[in-house]
Design a protein around this ligand. Structure first.
Ligand code: AMP
Length: 300
């Protein structure tokens, strides 16, 4: 926190769409810019970095906390996803957050709800192959959040690279008047990308999970040394994951950062991405190769 920033104030906790809509409406009438940080809670430093970015740029910051059922398939971890509202509010207390919007599932999806977004084509790759309706749920809930908060800027993490891309495409395609700002991945000191799901990892699994960031670092190193063959890089990454005992790999890919089509050579910028399971926990990570690690993907 910047020492010169004003004293934090306790955020309003709002549960109803009409309450947050009114709150934002008043802020916008007063000429204030509104920033939105959309989360599923179980907040960590990654989420808080988005809050800081919003606080830095916008006069009003809204954090939404909602574990969105429509982005989980029936067999996924919706019921065991951590729900920690009290400690989340505690973690937000040092920041200038104006309102926390924490709706119930019934508030977001009342009886009779039946309108869903058809996600853009880039949603069909990567996560789309393993979680077919995931982005339909993400796009639908995020568009609802944009509508109720009327945010000028919405902050998303590069951690969910494809999600940020899908949402940027959606806002462009549907002329949604919000700027999507993508912020760098926050990692533990040993490289593990912070995730609410890391809490599910046993100490041994957490050690295994370090292979994700390690393989991305190795890929970066080999590309910076001049390797131009994607197959060589992918083999190297796969060996690193498998040596760590990770054999449930959903995808491991080098792709065009905008279309997510598999890269055929490494003369162009590429994004390396991994999704895998360690025990019962599914983890994702990514890195833009040939750029500084902290560099976020292009945003609006
Ligand atoms: P989630 O609560 O997992 O839905 O994440 C909410 C937002 O936080 C998304 O925009 C994520 O990309 C972002 N986020 C999650 N983990 C990190 C991280 N380690 N670094 C930066 N942003 C993150």
């Amino acid at each position: 926190m910047d020492e010169s920033s004003p004293a934090p104030r306790k955020p309003l906790l709002l549960h109803r769409c009409e309450q947050i809509q009114l709150h934002s409406h008043r802020a916008r009438l007063a000429g204030k810019t509104v920033g939105l940080v959309a989360t599923m809670g179980a907040l960590h430093e990654g989420h808080l970095s988005l809050v800081e970015a919003s606080q830095h740029e916008c006069e009003v910051t809204i954090v939404s906390i909602f574990v969105n059922p429509t982005q989980f398939a029936a067999h996924e971890d919706l019921n065991k996803y951590p729900r920690t509202l009290d400690s989340d509010l505690e973690k937000l207390s040092p920041y200038q957050v104006d309102a926390v919007f924490a709706p119930s599932a019934e508030e977001m999806y009342p009886p009779g709800f039946s309108t869903y977004i058809q996600p853009p084509a880039c949603a069909n790759r990567w996560e789309g192959e393993f979680r077919p309706d995931h982005f339909r749920g993400v796009c639908t809930v995020v568009l609802k959040l944009f509508n109720v908060t009327q945010a000028d800027v919405a902050y998303f993490g590069q951690k969910d690279y494809q999600q940020a891309l899908v949402l940027r495409r959606m806002t462009e395609d549907l002329n949604v008047p919000v700027r999507i700002q993508v912020c760098p991945i926050i990692r533990d000191a040993d490289g593990l990308a912070l995730s609410s799901r890391n809490a599910f990892l046993s100490p041994e699994e957490r050690t295994q999970a370090l292979a994700l960031s390690r393989s991305l670092e190795q890929a970066e190193l080999r590309v910076s040394q001049g390797e131009q063959d994607p197959a060589v890089i992918l083999q190297l990454m796969q060996t690193t994951l498998q040596t760590a005992g990770i054999d449930q790999i959903d995808y491991l890919t080098l792709a065009n950062p905008e279309t997510l089509e598999p890269a055929t050579d490494l003369h162009q910028p590429v994004v390396a991405a991994i999704a895998c399971r360690i025990g019962n926990t599914r983890l994702i990570d990514n890195r833009l190769l040939g750029q500084p690690a902290a560099e976020p993907p292009a945003s609006e």
